[in-house]
Design a protein around this ligand. Sequence first.
Ligand SMILES: Nc1nc2c(c(=O)[nH]1)N(C=O)[C@@H](CNc1ccc(C(=O)N[C@@H](CCC(=O)O)C(=O)O)cc1)CN2
Ligand SMILES: Nc1nc2c(ncn2[C@@H]2O[C@H](COP(=O)(O)OP(=O)(O)OP(=O)(O)O)[C@@H](O)[C@H]2O)c(=O)[nH]1
Ligand SMILES: [Mg+2]
Length: 458
Amino acid sequence: METDTITAISTPIGEGAIAIVRLSGPKAISITANVFKGKNLGDVASHTIHYGKIIDPETKEVAEEVMVSVMRAPKTFTREDVVEINCHGGMVAVNRVLEIILSQGARLAEPGEFTKRAFLHGRIDLSQAEAVMDLIRAKTDKAMSVALKQMDGRLSALIRRLRQDLLETVAHVEVNIDYPEYDDVEEMSHDMMRTKSKEVYKEVVELLQVAKQGKILREGLATAIIGRPNVGKSSLMNTLVQENKAIVTEVPGTTRDIIEEYVSVRGVPLRLVDTAGIRETEDIVEKIGVERSRQVLKESDLILFVLNYNDVLSEEDEKLFKAIEGLDYIVIINKTDLEQKLDLDRVYELAAEKPIVITSLVKEEGVNELEEAIAKTFFAGDIDTGDLTYVSNVRHIQLLKQAKQALEDAMEGLELGLPLDVVQIDVTRTWELLGEIIGDTASDSLIDQLFSQFCLGK
Ligand SMILES: Nc1nc2c(c(=O)[nH]1)N(C=O)[C@@H](CNc1ccc(C(=O)N[C@@H](CCC(=O)O)C(=O)O)cc1)CN2
Ligand SMILES: Nc1nc2c(ncn2[C@@H]2O[C@H](COP(=O)(O)OP(=O)(O)OP(=O)(O)O)[C@@H](O)[C@H]2O)c(=O)[nH]1
Ligand SMILES: [Mg+2]
């Protein structure tokens, strides 16, 4: 187990009312007590907070006026002794206190090291630790509620149950191999393995099915606004974001680069991308932008394709319809306040089954209908984060896919009548793969890598 005492500033860099220096480890309390003027922190009850001053050991002068929380192991965030020094906000004061604590023998924590200790001491498992990070990075309410549930151990509990089921069947097979004289055990093992594999398979498939939504909740639905120059793409972006993020002018080719913004539309988190108008162009700067727009298309979950009601359908528009064939898109016919020049019948024909929304962005008309259409495209209404266990983490999804494959191999083996000790290899592999999700069978290097992605001080 770790024996050194770590410390870090656990609040964001910048000005605030309060900033916290946190310590964890066997010397957390004695190190703080050495430089604290007030009650003797060595004597105070656990989980109490105390007013006092931090004294600079070199100059013997008061460095900061603070409140210090003392929390003794094991009922703490890390399961070690934890001290939190609440300083005045602003970087000078906290940095000064941190320097003093470091001079007394604490070591600066690595990113995620507090949470890593909580994991190493068994307070949380790996998927819960990852959820802590997801929570910090959550950009919408829904993403946050998914992370909170995972932190609570919902996914962990489900994975544990599936692993237990698999383990029981493996144990059964072992008995069978050790006592081959009992024929009925052989029969039972076969049936049991088939039944259990199927049961676990069903649950893994379900988890993967909702994973797509989980990923969207976490990262936002990648949504690209495309269309010819000057049709109103940046205006649409600004309307959805409810801010003037993108520059809008009457000059075609205004947007040169890609502008990205997070918005929540009817509970669906969007990672909205405004692109440069797509057309054949001579302008070299614009050309780079157009290239990148094409790239964005490929990486999008949803495309908002804007057309101009006040212009005839061009060859470029037809090309764009071709380019997005097979993708999820919504057609937006904008500038309906102006005279109609667009061949609507042709648009309906090209769009086929896809939703079409009529807007006048300058008059703010059709925006509700558009929001409705966006929400509907992905989730037939609003998304429910209540009942389902969402897997939203790419690492977890990868492992679940591999587990699904291993189970398919096992079931195929059973169909082919392979011996149980052969089929068992795939079942054991599934058990191991699921274990990696919660960190039971995760390697040290994986764990180091995962925790190093955390914020400093968490
Ligand atoms: N001041 C402060 N606020 C904070 C945190 C913190 O570390 N410090 N947290 C940091 O993320 C979050 C709270 N998370 C925490 C999770 C578990 C424990 C903890 O001590 N758990 C023990 C015992 C709980 C109990 O008393 O019942 C345990 O589970 O064994 C503490 C904080 C948010 N707010
Ligand atoms: N009349 C009318 N004008 C609009 C409407 N929506 C946008 N415009 C105007 O059309 C012009 C172009 O709008 P933008 O949003 O910059 O268009 P864009 O598609 O981003 O253009 P590029 O970035 O050049 O590709 C601006 O002058 C807008 O004010 C609308 O519904 N009706
Ligand atoms: Mg633009």
